[in-house]
Write a protein that binds this ligand. Structure first.
Ligand code: ADP
Ligand code: 5GP
Length: 198
């Protein structure tokens, strides 16, 4: 059985990552979302165990120090990290898995798993990013300012990714991500079994 694809998606807060992922998942039944651990408070509409595993700092530190996280980072005052076991289980079972994580964590994944496919989602413009972040209506104004400041730094990390995708129309954005997945599945090193004689 072929291993699943390990896809890492990053991009500034509010650019449309969750929206794009939900759209991609409508068409990709073999794609699993990696549920992260976080110390940030739950937002309206989020579900424990589906959006995140919400926890306090000491529980997070126990997981991290016990080596249970594939990567972790601090983002605007909170910890975020990817539990390693579900990622390995999915890949071993031939299931594609997508991590929605920020660049410090993305680089840790690339280091540990060089086969990871890194996609950076960019907004059509900085003004549009601000409009989306404000329009979501669930982030206090002081947090919006710090997330926009963080976005400037995140853009400086984008050249280290394998792909940069613009988040314009939702359907088009999802289609671009799915095109990358299709192309990655056709990589020669994944297809060598086709060349074997019977
Ligand atoms: P992220 O997961 O990157 O923080 P979200 O997916 O939560 O971003 O999107 C932030 C806000 O922008 C939401 O209100 C969402 O409805 C809106 N949005 C997301 N993608 C688009 C898009 N492609 N075009 C216009 N608005 C969008
Ligand atoms: P949010 O609080 O808006 O859900 O996420 C804030 C940022 O944390 C986003 O850039 C998101 O991609 C990132 N993030 C979410 N989960 C993880 C994780 O497990 N690890 C890392 N490094 N970043 C994460």
């Amino acid at each position: 059985m072929k291993r699943g694809l390990l896809i890492v998606l990053s991009g500034p807060s509010g650019v449309g990552k969750s929206t794009a992922v939900a759209e991609v998942m409508k068409h990709q039944p073999n794609l699993q979302f990696s549920v992260s651990a976080t110390t940030r408070p739950m937002r309206p509409g989020e579900t424990e165990g589906k959006s995140y595993y919400f926890m306090d700092r000491s529980r997070f530190e126990t997981l991290r120090d016990g080596g249970e996280l594939l990567e972790w980072a601090e983002y605007v005052g909170n910890y975020y990290g990817t539990p390693a076991a579900p990622v390995d289980e999915a890949l071993d079972a031939g299931v594609d898995i997508l991590l929605d994580i920020e660049p410090v964590g993305a680089m840790q994944v690339k280091e540990k798993r060089p086969e990871a496919i890194l996609i950076f989602l960019a907004a059509p413009s900085f003004g549009e990013l601000e409009r989306r972040l404000t329009g979501r209506g669930d982030t206090p104004p002081d947090k919006i300012a710090s997330r926009l400041e963080k976005a400037k730094w995140e853009y400086t990390q984008a050249p280290a990714y394998d792909y940069i995708v613009v988040s314009d129309l939702v359907e088009r954005t999802a289609d671009r991500i799915e095109s990358i997945m299709k192309a990655e599945k056709c990589r020669a090193e994944r297809q060598l079994d086709l060349l074997k004689e019977d």
